[in-house]
Ligand binder design. Structure first.
Ligand SMILES: O=P(O)(O)OC[C@H]1O[C@H](OP(=O)(O)OP(=O)(O)O)[C@H](O)[C@@H]1O
Ligand code: HPA
Ligand SMILES: [Mg+2]
Length: 180
């Protein structure tokens, strides 16, 4: 497969992503077997991951989405998280599994998890495809994690830089020359 000209190298190939998704789905099936739960995807980054993950989880559950933003067009979190678009379904009493593409500073999820708890969720857990623990600004450990990744800016499979590259079928490391 041709690599995008702005991508330095592939970090997670399509084959690897498929294996990760299957393994996460198995763990979720086991843990949420007897629960009335809801999968909440954080748009837009989670779009590819959520679409693949939900098809692999063989249980009854509802899905919903939120848009929370803190990055603007850069590679550093502003730390100010805004809810740009809220849930459409009530979360009161529900076990909520938040689906994320990446945890970096932790600002976004920290804010969203608190928000969901104040809305009356029974429990809030996190399933992230990628985790960059070395960049954390607030303590946050995901309940389900696909891959721990080094401190590089990654794109593809939903992840963007300045709204580009979300459609790449793999996750790649963005060339520094693109943003430096
Ligand atoms: O842990 P953090 O430092 O908060 O970073 C992670 C968040 O940042 C990105 O979202 P972004 O705000 O870029 O919106 P997007 O999903 O539309 O790309 C990413 O999708 C995560 O939601
Ligand atoms: O490495 C990243 N790539 C894309 N979006 C992000 N948001 C936080 N970290 C990243
Ligand atoms: Mg983004």
């Amino acid at each position: 497969m041709m690599l995008h000209k702005d991508v330095e190298s592939v970090l997670l190939s399509q084959e690897k992503l498929e294996k990760i998704v299957k393994s996460l789905a198995k763990q979720i099936e086991k843990d949420y077997n007897d629960k009335e739960f809801m999968m909440v995807g954080l748009l837009k980054g989670s779009v590819a991951f959520m679409a693949d993950l939900m098809k692999r989880v063989n249980l009854d559950f509802s899905i919903d989405f939120m848009v929370a933003s803190s990055y603007g067009s850069g590679t550093e979190s502003s730390g100010r998280v805004k809810i740009v678009s809220d849930l459409t379904l009530p979360v009161q009493g529900k076990d909520v599994l938040v689906v994320e593409d990446i945890i970096d500073s932790g600002n976004t999820l920290n804010f969203v998890m608190n928000y969901l708890m104040t809305k009356g969720a029974n429990s809030v857990k996190v399933c992230t495809l990628c985790d960059k623990p070395s960049r954390r600004k607030v303590p946050l450990v995901p309940d389900y994690c696909g891959a721990e990744i080094p401190d590089e800016f990654i794109v593809g499979y939903g992840l963007d830089y300045a709204e580009k590259y979300r459609n790449l079928p793999y996750i790649g490391i963005l060339k520094r020359s693109v943003y430096e």
